[in-house]
Each structure stands twice: as C-alpha cells, then as structure tokens.
Ligand binder design. Structure first.
Ligand code: ADP
Length: 380
C-alpha cells in the first residue's frame, strides 16, 4: 500500500526501479517510525495506509483494515464538531484538527487528537486524506482528575468562606444577647429575685457555650485558609496549667488531678494553647460520663514538655485513631450520644503543629483514653 504514494514519485523519468524500491522502503520506514498513528485513505475514506503506531493504538493490523471505511472500523464520533462542520473545514481549508472518540479492536474507547489533511496529486487535485492521530486518553483523564480536584478545592474554599461569614454574623447578636442577659440578671439580683437571676445565670452559661461553638467554627475556617496569627512568648507552664484546671474544676462533676512539673518555661501563644488543653480536658470529661476523675500529668524531657490528659471513659476504637484529628470527624458512637461538631481536635492539632509540637492518642475502648501534647521548651 505504500506503493500508491511512491508511484506518484516514480512517474519521474530516469528513476530506476531500484530507486523506487528504496523509496518505498524508506517511506515505509518513516511511516512506521512516527509515534502517532498515521492513516491514509482515498476520498471515500477507504484505508490505504495504516502504520505501526496505528496498529499499536487500535489493535487492528494493516491487513485487517486495508480498503475498509476508516470511520466504520473505528466507530469515530466527533464530540466538538458535527459531521458537516469538520468536512466543510477540510474541504475549504484543506485540513481539519480536532478531538475524536474512537473504538479499538478490543472495544476500548480512546480519545484521539487528529489532524486530517488532503493528499494532492501533482495537479493539486485531492486524491485522498491523511490523518495523524495522537492518543490523548490518559491526558484527558488526568485533566478531568485535575478539574475534579479544582472543583472540590473550590467547594472547600467556598465552604470555609461561608463558615467564616456565618460565624462573624452570628457573633454580633450573641454578644448583644449576653449583654442583655447579664443586665437582667443583675436587675433581678438587686430586687432580691434570686430564682429569676439563677435562670438568667444559666442562660448566660448557654450563651458562653454558643459563643465557643461560633469561635471554634470561625477558627476552623481561619486555620484552613492559613489566617491564624500566633503571638508567642515564653511563659510559666506549671502555673498556667494549674490555673486552667482550677477554672475547669468549678464547672466539672469530675475531680481533675494534676501531677508533675515542667522544668523550664515554654514558648508559645498562651491563649491558643489554652484552647488545646481545654478541648482535651472537656472531651475527657464529656466522653467519660460514668467516671469520677480525669488525670493530668506533666512530664519534662530534655527539650520538651508533655502533658498527658487521661480519662476512664468510653475510649476510641483503633480504626478511628488516625481520623479523630480530621476536621468534622466524629465517631459514630459520639454522634447521637455526645454533643459536639468534630472540630475541637482538628483545631488542637493545628495549634500544636504551629508550635512545632506533637499531639497523639492512646486509647482502649471501654477503658479510656490518654491524649498527649508535647511542646518545645523556650530557649534560655
Ligand atoms: P467533638 O468532641 O465535638 O465531637 P472533637 O474534634 O473534640 O469533636 O473530637 C472528635 C471525635 O474524637 C469525637 O467525636 C469522638 O468520637 C472522639 N474523641 C475525642 N476525644 C475523646 C475521648 N476523650 N474519648 C473518646 N472519644 C473521643
């Protein structure tokens, strides 16, 4: 079939048959050396040339397809152009380039970038077409994958923006409500209406919970967008933990014990680190409703201090250990029985990481959990 092309050249007088054979072999070599599938047809799209790359791509051998309609063999469809459009383009401009979908011998669908142009004879009359086809199936798949990633990243970003705006908007009325509640509480107290004052004190407590939820939500979106600023300074770790425990103890039915000391000051953002310890201790209390105590231990090592927060509660199954620091993760046992949004540990993890520290858990179901936070000491 290469002959049909070399024949045109061989019309030249003075070219020996040896030269003709050499030309044919040379052209065959070129066609087979091309990485793209090369398919030549007559004007009725009957196949005249089918190179080695076409055999590799479509699975049909040259012998299988010679003389057959290329579009029937490959079940070609045109996703971006209709039949008339591409044929018109080919007729008027002499070439067409675009994407087509084709079927291989084994039924596999491939996306192909094709460049078709007319083959002309010496007088300039079109005598057939030649198409160079490149398999872009993998490239398309990768593109699609990237687009999907972009879309899910975009959706995540929109979610964060929404959380950020919503929590900002929620904060203002909650702050106002808190102000009015405290005002009323004091007014009732002044008039000796203690029962009413006590109800308002409970309302105030609930408003504090709501404020914490809103702040946590705002924090997650800030952290996700990398917008948290940490104000770090050396501080006395022992008195800091002790004060925090005294505060938490006033509202806790559990006895919170403290042992151990830090041998040096710690470098960090006290307010942010307080969020971490409060999250861990309130979780320890929340997830151990039948226990009576939560134990805190401070252990000093060479360069770091580690806080252990131990509870004797429901524990965490091993398969959840690597997920509990993910944003919005809550184990199924937590969903219906314990309040929460699944963001406390995510926030804690982010804060500890920003201090070049570590946070991890050891836990056995029904026996309880210990959460560990290690932080570097301040340089002397
Ligand atoms: P929340 O407590 O609001 O659900 P967290 O991010 O603090 O969110 O915790 C994520 C999940 O990790 C919880 O829903 C729970 O399944 C598990 N978890 C955390 N702390 C404990 C604990 N001390 N005991 C048992 N499970 C815990």
């Amino acid at each position: 079939m290469y002959e049909s092309f070399s024949m045109q050249d061989s019309n030249n007088e003075g070219i020996t048959s040896l030269k003709v054979e050499k030309d044919q072999a040379f052209q065959a070599n070129i066609a087979d050396s091309i990485a793209d599938a090369l398919i030549a047809t007559d004007l009725d799209y009957r196949i005249l040339l089918w190179n080695a790359a076409a055999e590799r791509l479509y699975g049909w051998t040259e012998k299988d397809v010679l003389g057959k309609d290329v579009h029937l063999i490959l079940s070609t469809t045109f996703p971006d152009a209709n039949n008339e459009e591409w044929q018109d383009h080919l007729r008027t401009r002499g070439y067409w380039q675009g994407e087509v979908n084709q079927q291989c011998k084994d039924g596999r669908q491939v996306s192909v970038l094709t460049s078709v142009s007319y083959i002309k004879d010496k007088t300039g009359t079109s005598i057939g077409t030649v198409a160079s086809n490149r398999d872009i199936t993998e490239w398309k798949r990768a593109q699609l994958h990237l687009q999907e990633n972009d879309r899910s990243e975009e959706a995540e970003q929109r979610k964060d923006e929404f959380i950020s705006v919503a929590s900002h908007e929620l904060r203002t009325p909650v702050t106002a409500l808190k102000g009015y509640t405290q005002l009323l509480q004091r007014a009732f107290e002044r008039q000796g209406m203690q029962k009413h004052a006590a109800i308002l004190a409970r309302m105030d407590g609930q408003l504090d919970r709501l404020t914490k939820l809103i702040t946590d939500l705002l924090d997650t979106s800030k952290m996700q967008m990398g917008k948290v600023a940490y104000i770090k300074a050396p501080f006395d770790f022992n008195s800091w933990v002790a004060d925090m425990i005294t505060n938490l103890q006033t509202a806790s039915p559990h006895t919170i014990t403290l042992t151990g000391t830090a041998s040096r000051k710690v470098m960090g953002d006290k307010d942010r680190l307080e969020q971490v310890l409060i999250n861990l201790i309130t979780n320890a209390i929340k997830f151990s409703p039948k226990a009576e105590r939560v134990d805190i231990k401070i252990v000093s090592e060479q360069d770091t201090v580690t806080v252990h927060v131990r509870d004797y509660g429901i524990g965490i199954p091993k398969e959840h250990h690597h997920k509990i620091f993910d944003r919005f993760f809550r184990a199924s046992y937590a969903n219906n029985n314990f309040p929460g949004m699944g963001i406390g540990l995510y926030i804690s993890h982010e804060i500890v990481q920003a201090h070049n520290g570590n946070i991890w858990v050891k836990s056995t179901p029904k026996r309880g959990s210990t959460f560990f936070v290690s932080l570097p000491f301040a340089q002397d």
